[in-house]
Design a protein around this ligand. Sequence first.
Ligand SMILES: Cc1cc2nc3c(=O)[nH]c(=O)nc-3n(C[C@H](O)[C@H](O)[C@H](O)COP(=O)(O)OP(=O)(O)OC[C@H]3O[C@@H](n4cnc5c(N)ncnc54)[C@H](O)[C@@H]3O)c2cc1C
Length: 389
Amino acid sequence: MRISTAYDAVVVGARCAGAATAMLLARRGMRVLVLDRGQYGTDTLSTHALMRGGVLQLARWGVLPALVKRGTPPVRTTTFHYGEEAIEVAIKPGSGIDALYAPRRTLLDSVLVDTAREAGVEVRYGMTLADLRHDGEGRVIGAVALDAEGRLNEFSTGLVIGADGIGSAVARLARAEVTDQAQHASATVFGYFAGIPDTGYHWHYSEGASVGRIPTNGGRTCVFVSVSPARYRARILKDREAGFHAVLREVSPALARQVVTAPLDGSLLAFAGRRGFLRQAHGPGWALVGDAGYFKDPITAHGITDALRDAELLADAAVQGTRSAFARYQATRDALSRPLLDVTDAIAAYDWDLQQVKSLHKVLSQAMKREVEYMLARDAGLAATQEAA
Ligand SMILES: Cc1cc2nc3c(=O)[nH]c(=O)nc-3n(C[C@H](O)[C@H](O)[C@H](O)COP(=O)(O)OP(=O)(O)OC[C@H]3O[C@@H](n4cnc5c(N)ncnc54)[C@H](O)[C@@H]3O)c2cc1C
């Protein structure tokens, strides 16, 4: 066993939740180590559309310019298609944002890791969390990770942060309880196509299925289809490509015609679905952020946005370091997240008609607005505190 020197925080997971949290902690003077079993710059299963709250966070942290400079196209309109009806919504400029973005995860996660490193974070890839160390009273005081050579490494720390995704090892080892469980899970199949004109985000709905297109880096468009697990098993599982095109033709014949002649970059990717949840967000010496603590169905494309929100809420709590600060983190995360989790679950149920899903989108839009307003109000509060000081 290799024993390292101590860190103020050890973050497990080096993607949007973990890299962002680590960066914010280091900017506040903490000595931070990030461990990830994967490698720098790799892709992950995600259609990566950012909503306003996510773009706002990247802009506030000074990360957005690097994504724009590296060719992430601005999205200035979102069009909702309910059957034949199309409703185009322009992205309202405000709070320093005049567009949305959908950077590939190879880019977003790398830029966040680069920014964390610039802030002083140590990042080690090829390190798989194997265990947590506890003191005699059950407080987490360290993390044990297996390196690529099969050696165990022990890192002592005052705080282990699980940013290690849906199947979080930190959550399992810390015995984090599931506090809320969604009822539905949709399946998603997506791919990257060249040559499709960039006209912003498009979300299309028909009863029992939805499809969408998301412009991203390298002139590619991410095209996805989403269906219930039963439809996925019946129509897509045996022949992914045929099933993907069949759902596209059913929901948006116009998009299906564009996609059928567009070159596919790589292959179609599939996510069979998983019900959303909220887990207990903290305990003695540990905390969770991102999907590790709060996952919801991808149909509302909001996981990264919420991960970036919670990175900041958790960083604030960790800097204060008190039990009540962590309790406030969980309370705020849950208050902002429950409406999003519930409405996402209702959309993922695929038991709605077009009028009903339109109403659900209004509820979703209100929940997203509240989230943005909350983050902006925090800024105003911080500014007032600074002026007073
Ligand atoms: C099909 C699909 C489409 C989606 N589309 C969107 C979308 O359009 N917009 C959106 O906002 N969200 C979307 N999401 C959700 C979004 O991808 C997640 O919310 C987001 O990836 C969560 O980020 P994270 O950093 O919490 O976890 P992850 O991205 O899962 O990263 C976890 C990291 O932890 C590491 N790790 C795991 N276990 C260990 C271990 N034991 N030891 C060391 N390291 C470990 C992994 O290697 C990984 O790098 C989608 C999700 C899916 C499945």
